[in-house]
Write a protein that binds this ligand. Structure first.
Ligand code: FES
Length: 390
């Protein structure tokens, strides 16, 4: 009996409070300004976030340096806002319009993080066979040109919570750049780890930044550089490929992390070599910038119907190139950064058709797999496709 009475009073009290609240809120709304006031000040944290993660960076080529082996370094200054800070090992993604194609390509930053504080980035581009974008850059970019880049990204950075404090870096060709950045950062006191750099080239005249690497190695005991030549026997250099034996010979005592950046052939070779070291998987990291091509005997031609906010465009595609390559050739722009399936920027819905995703490159979330979302940067057509890009 008393329980029922308590409940009625409680409900009544709630109702009175609700009406009171509605009256107060109505008065508040009626008394408020007709125009929403805009803030003239800005929170410091927002400014920091914008400077660390700008949507785009408008850069100007300030200097070009030629190297051996058909490579060039490009130095950029910011046009306006300061350049975004980065960690040694990260990359910049550039947006380029080449003919009717709109493409994005990523290049590891070679400069030290401290150089970003002085408003400068450096990347190094090497000519490669059939390199659509690298050829374009090497043949066309000049001092004073304006280019568009996104914020620095990438996970091949030293993290004391995750990595051993000894890093064994394996570089091939122009894959030296993230480790040059790391060596510079260690020497400037911006990173606190030990670096053993195993740099593989075909011959000594193809080694990039040799004078600087030798200098850093000589003056800083945390940096040790070993050159490994695959096609030439020369005094003072290791001969062969960077594999388990060479790693064991030069790796420091105790735990070490392995970072790898180089051409595709080097990854293939290391696939069978690294397991011999019996390292925990978390101590091995690769930086891969895919060309978006796969070699096969007879490429097949397919069509892709691209659905973009209700509009449909039919484009040509080849089974030997990724869906993203087909988009780029057709001038269809989808956001893309890593080109390796990792960042998820290019995520699109496969409405119908079949794609091939190479083993080890399928980094989609389980939910995305179930609902047929793909990463076009590492998906190859195996039939005519319908893909929704937003
Ligand atoms: S560009 Fe990063 S997942 Fe496709």
């Amino acid at each position: 009996m008393s329980k029922k009475k308590f409940s009625v009073n409680g409900n009544l009290k709630d109702s009175v409070n609700t009406v009171k609240f509605l009256i107060e809120r109505t008065q508040f709304i009626n008394n408020s300004a007709a125009v929403i006031p805009t803030r003239t000040d800005d929170f410091g944290v927002n400014k920091v976030a914008r400077s660390l993660h700008p949507k785009v960076q408008n850069l100007v080529i300030s200097r070009i340096e030629e190297h051996a082996d058909l490579a060039k370094s490009y130095y950029f200054k910011s046009e306006g806002a300061p350049v975004a800070y980065f960690k040694a090992g990260q990359y910049l993604t550039f947006r380029l319009e080449i003919g009717s194609s709109v493409v994005t390509r990523s290049y590891s930053i070679a400069s030290s993080p401290a150089s970003a504080l002085n408003g400068e980035y450096q990347i190094t581009v090497k000519r490669i066979a059939d390199g659509f974008v690298s050829d374009y850059i090497l043949d066309n970019w000049s001092v004073g040109d304006k280019v568009t880049a996104y914020a620095p990204e990438g996970n091949m950075t030293y993290c004391p919570l995750r990595d051993a404090e000894n890093i064994v870096a394996i570089a091939g060709g122009s894959g030296i750049t993230p480790f040059l950045s790391l060596a510079r950062a260690i020497n400037q006191g911006d990173e606190d780890c030990n670096l053993t750099l195993l740099y593989g080239c075909r011959s000594s005249d193809e080694i990039l930044f040799k004078a600087e690497l030798d200098d850093l190695s000589a003056k800083n005991e945390k940096i040790n550089v070993v050159y490994v030549l695959s096609h030439s026997e020369e005094e003072g250099y290791e001969k062969g490929f960077v594999g388990a034996d060479i790693i064991k010979k030069y790796a420091p005592e105790g735990k070490y992390s392995i970072f790898v950046c180089g051409p595709g052939g080097m990854y293939k070779f290391l696939e069978t070599e690294l397991p011999k070291l019996e390292l925990e998987r978390k101590y091995i990291r690769f930086e891969v910038f895919s060309s978006g091509k796969k070699t096969q005997e007879e490429p097949k031609e397919y069509s892709i119907t691209v659905v973009n906010r209700g509009d449909e465009t039919v484009i040509k595609a080849s089974s030997s190139e990724t869906v993203l390559c087909a988009f780029e050739r057709a001038g269809i722009e989808v956001p893309a950064r890593c080109h390796t399936g990792e960042c998820g920027f290019c995520r699109s819905k496969l409405v119908s058709g079949k794609v091939y995703i190479p083993e080890g490159e399928d980094k989609r979330r389980i939910g995305d797999m179930q609902f047929n979302f793909i990463h076009p940067c590492c998906s190859y057509p195996e039939s005519d496709l319908v893909v929704r890009i937003n």
